[in-house]
Design a protein around this ligand. Structure first.
Ligand SMILES: O=P(O)(O)OC[C@H]1O[C@H](OP(=O)(O)OP(=O)(O)O)[C@H](O)[C@@H]1O
Ligand SMILES: O=c1cc[nH]c(=O)[nH]1
Ligand SMILES: [Mg+2]
Length: 212
């Protein structure tokens, strides 16, 4: 599994404001949207393309186009939805599927409550969107579900990741055969006893959707 913490002053600046408890939900939503576009630029370095020739107004030009089948973008509801527009801005022709998952705050285990995805993902590159990689339980379950349907290349795009969550993903998904990548704005220090990322940014879904 490859992990990339994107090192860029704009990412760092936007993340700092995103963390700030004084940042209201409209601003939080805008910053999450801007951050995912910056992260998606790095996360799509391996997006599959095929050679293509087009006619310019003056001559023919050899280039590339996105390969088929089209990539699949999977926001994990609720908080992942705040990253969807920023991702489709970069990959407008991608298909979008949905997973609704919620972490039980006692057991910290992820439950899936909604699945709107193709049954067969053979040969598909998938980009999973979830702002927070804390224990890794949610993303591990989501990526496992995609691999079980045949996905052969999965990249998770997060805003914050905890070392514990990265280690969990590594353990759960090692040996899956398909390339698994995590692209994040930062790797934070640790999880607290409630499974929250420290220093983190609080509950991403609550901050995105005005739950005070
Ligand atoms: O790595 P984990 O320990 O699984 O925690 C990360 C998950 O927790 C939060 O979701 P939550 O369950 O709070 O639901 P929400 O997205 O609707 O807020 C967050 O959006 C991630 O999906
Ligand atoms: O810090 C955390 C951990 C899990 N989920 C969140 O939204 N924030
Ligand atoms: Mg969530």
């Amino acid at each position: 599994m490859q992990t990339l913490a994107v090192d860029h002053p704009l990412v760092a600046h936007k993340l700092t404001t995103l963390r700030d408890v004084r940042t209201d939900s409209p601003t939080f939503r805008r910053l999450a949207d801007e951050l995912v576009t910056l992260l998606a630029y790095e996360a799509t370095r391996d997006v599959r393309v095929v050679e293509a020739t087009v006619q310019t107004p003056v001559d023919s030009a050899r280039g590339v186009q996105l390969a088929s089948p089209k990539p699949l973008v999977v926001p994990i509801l609720r908080a992942g939805l705040g990253m969807l527009d920023g991702m489709t801005r970069l990959l407008p022709t991608a298909e979008v599927g949905f997973l609704g998952m919620i972490r039980d705050e006692g057991s910290l285990l992820a439950q899936t409550y909604a699945t709107r995805l193709p049954d067969d993902l053979s040969g598909r590159q998938c980009y999973v969107l979830d702002p927070m990689l804390a224990t890794g339980g949610t993303l591990a379950a989501a990526i496992r579900l995609l691999l079980d349907r045949g996905a052969d290349d999965v990249t998770a795009i997060c805003l914050l990741a905890a070392p514990e969550g990265l280690a969990h993903l590594e353990k759960e998904l090692a040996g899956s055969g398909a390339p698994i990548r995590v692209v994040t704005a930062a790797i934070d220090s640790h999880l607290n006893e409630h499974g929250y990322i420290i220093p983190g940014l609080g509950d991403a879904g609550d901050r995105l959707y005005g739950v005070v």
